[in-house]
Design a protein around this ligand. Sequence first.
Ligand code: GMT
Length: 373
Amino acid sequence: MKIGIVCYPTFGGSGVVATELGMALADNGHEIHFITYKQPVRLDLLARNIHFHEVFVEEYPLFHFQPYELALSTKLVEVVSSYNLEILHVHYAIPHAYAAYMAKQMLAEKGINIKVVTTLHGTDITLVGSHPTYQAAVEFSINNSDAVTVVSNNLKEDTLRLFNIKTDIEVIYNFIDLKKYPEIKDSECNRSALATKGEKIITHVSNMREVKRPIDVIEIFYKIQQEVPSKLLLVGEGPEIEKMEQRVKDLGIYKKVIFMGNSNEVNKILCYSDIFLLPSETESFGLAALEAMAAKTAVISTNTGGLPEVNIDGVTGYLSDLGNVDEMAENAIRLLKNEELLDSVKKNALEQARSFSLEEIVPQYETIYRLSK
Ligand code: GMT
């Protein structure tokens, strides 16, 4: 099939899922066209069947806000008609589903029928999409998609609760390419570059926005390092970074915390890790937790949103109420002090990650495309 994929190209779960999906589909022989304002960070442009079309927004002094969705829908019309695309798969409702709907209407006038598949990722529903500023447009674009998918049962419930939905919604979980997580752990994973032999490594990966509660990460680690010699690896950049640095200084743990910035080699960084912290306020799925589990890492997270569908309490890690940093630290310390328990939880985490493998999940999207044609 010839499929257009629209996503955010930056670091962040929805863009990562869209990019990994596109590459997997290209590998399966589909012709994939990414249409977005910048090359997606994890995209391998040299791979077979992959094309990239950049959306330019013309600047004009009258515009206080640049009309990105107008430029995007125009580009969609151009790419769909030039390359005879059959499906447009848009990730993240705002503004992608709306732009795709407009493109569909414009193409219909030219006698071209394009099917629009919308995947909702979380904050496009929970934090942003349901805000009165956007709600009507988001609801309209969901109801007018040819197929709609969400990344967890919890997100489906949220979508049905927050919007008046008149269409079917299918749950297709986030997935992981386990081939990118070989046994780095035991072979080339050079922990000594980051920590001494006796130190444990705690990791957090996110775009350091408030919703991820990155200050809770620091508070949890502060308690952990009082009991267990350890280092904290922070991967990602975002608006909370300065506050985090300040908190780290205030607590006097600057030497134990490594700010690594953005990385598209998260799989390699995770190989160092014993425990992954994800104390998010909400998380439709928690792709970062799944990536950690694929790297055989125990997960300490909140029990919000779709996280309990991924991280199984007492099996692959532990779940706690939002903001309960004491309990999250206690759970981490218990694990870190008991090698046998830590090892079995890490193994369970990897086992759980296998049920979200690319091979398991990608065919579910292919079925959706076939049914919508
Ligand atoms: O969580 C983020 O900061 C990024 C965000 C996005 O849309 O890029 O991630 C959302 O989509 C991911 C992929 O489907 C999910 O795994 C994340 O849980 C979800 N984030 C939230 O719901 C906060």
